[in-house]
Design a protein around this ligand. Structure first.
Ligand code: SF4
Ligand code: SF4
Length: 445
């Protein structure tokens, strides 16, 4: 069996054993639900409900204001308690609709199953997916309908399902591939129907043997879909790294994968596509791994968007010891959070609660110019020089060093013996550069 991969990268401890054998548990919310109007890349939504309104399950409560945006739907029925700025996992406050759950789960009209998508045009399918609020569920939250409408001149020949799940600790996608196998395949078949010249690939790391077997079994009668086995290496699930491993093609700097004929979607996004097209369901749920050494009973939950992190942590038995760090997402690319009173949003793949032993927070030291960060960077960048430029505030040089091509994977920080805050400095620099471009009125940023 040929095992595919990319160049460079790192091998952090996986720590997936905590939840990999735990079946997904359904968790119905007890408390209020919080729906931030910005949970996707692009323009935030405008709330279209007000305090005191009755809302139904699946009802649209946030309206997109332009094309690069998707609507937000209520995942419960109940009463709108307020529309106020609320703390989100990213650490900022975002205008949010707060809904008191009446626990009746009364559905709004139009959530009917739709079995035969072959009667629909590509445009109609794209509209269904957009109206269902589907975004990239791997964490990027880029609106899926945009990815599915590449420039007309691009010839798409590869639809790649990202089942790598290379971040340590997280097992959400793994459990989806085991328990919702047919839905992943069905989602892929819908996308392949939209791109008739394309072939489907499902990329899975070789540490997920059962998922490889389940997926291979599910596609054995699908000649146009192939499961590709990938080396267990971080960041194997990075879009550019995955494309290179499977097709041998490199995405040019500043370009999108469609430029080289590829569209990549995460496994849970495929399930969201299946749910929206075949079952008329907007995006109201997601799979979240609640894990880490500080959690009493690590678990994988199927939760309604808007549920509080606190509820999930309590449902996993609470803390067995005080966590020193809680991360929304994985330990390599996730965001450390300051409060667990934040809602599950479309990007919440996991909540990792780390003990002092797991999350050693060493002090930053001077660069010893060992070159380890350069050898680890999967984007062939020079992190040590980029960091020097950021420390000096020389953003022009950071750009010249192709710093904007950094995928913020954290490989450089992981290997650095001096524990330089490399990826943190690159995130800050990229944000400053993007803000400056926006302030100059540059579009397409
Ligand atoms: S410079 Fe960016 S892309 Fe390269 S290893 Fe560091 S975080 Fe990853
Ligand atoms: S790994 Fe750390 S110490 Fe080594 S060159 Fe890179 S920044 Fe400097």
């Amino acid at each position: 069996m040929k095992i595919l991969t990319f160049k460079k990268g790192v091998h952090p401890p996986q720590n997936k054993y905590l939840t990999q054998n735990m079946a997904i548990e359904y968790l119905l919310p007890e408390g209020d639900l919080v729906f931030p109007m910005s949970q996707h890349v692009g323009t935030p939504c405008e709330p279209i409900v007000k305090k005191g309104d009755k809302v139904l399950l699946g009802q649209r409560i946030g309206e997109p204001k332009d094309a690069v945006s998707v609507p937000i739907h209520s995942s419960v029925s109940g009463i709108v308690k307020d529309v106020i700025p609320y703390l989100v996992p990213g650490g900022n406050k975002v205008l949010s609709v707060i809904i008191e759950n009446d626990k009746q789960y009364e559905k709004c009209e139009g959530l009917a199953p739709r079995k035969d998508y072959h009667n629909l045009s590509k445009q109609e399918l794209t509209s269904i997916i957009r109206d269902a609020g589907v975004v990239g569920m791997g964490g990027a939250t880029f609106p899926t309908h945009i990815k599915l409408t590449p420039p007309a001149d691009e010839k798409i020949d590869s639809i790649i399902v990202n089942g790598a799940e290379c971040e340590p600790y997280i097992t959400s996608d793994y459990r989806v591939m085991l328990e919702e196998t047919d839905r992943v395949v069905q989602g892929l078949k819908i996308v392949l129907y939209m791109f008739p010249n394309a072939k489907g690939y499902i990329g899975i790391e070789d540490n997920k043997k059962k998922a490889i077997e389940a997926m291979r079994n599910a596609v054995k009668n699908e000649p146009n879909i192939e499961v590709k086995v990938l080396k267990t290496k971080y960041p194997q699930g990075g879009e550019k790294q995955l494309i290179y491993a499977i097709t041998g093609r490199k995405v040019p700097e500043g370009a999108i994968p469609a430029k080289i004929g590829c569209i990549v979607q995460n496994v849970e996004t495929m399930v969201a596509i299946e749910r929206s097209v075949l079952r008329g369901r907007p995006l109201m749920r997601r799979i979240v791994t609640v894990t880490g050494g500080a959690i009493q009973n690590p678990k994988v939950f199927n939760v309604r968007l808007g549920t509080s992190f606190r509820e999930l942590i309590n449902a996993a038995g609470g803390f067995k010891e005080e966590p020193v760090k809680i991360i929304s997402g994985g330990p390599m690319m996730g965001i450390a959070i300051s409060s667990i009173d934040v809602p599950v949003v479309k990007s919440t793949s996991s909540i990792v609660c780390m003990t002092a032993k797991e999350a050693a927070l060493p002090e930053e030291n001077v660069c010893i110019r060992c070159g380890k960060c350069v050898n680890a960077c999967p984007m062939n960048l020079v992190p040590t020089e980029m960091n020097r430029a950021v420390v000096k505030g020389d953003y022009e040089r950071f750009e010249k060093l192709h710093g904007m091509d950094c995928i913020e994977c954290g490989c450089c920080s992981y290997v650095c013996p001096s524990k330089r805050y490399l990826v943190q400095s690159f995130r800050t620099a990229k944000k400053i550069i993007m803000d400056n471009r926006r302030n100059r009125g540059e579009h397409n940023v």
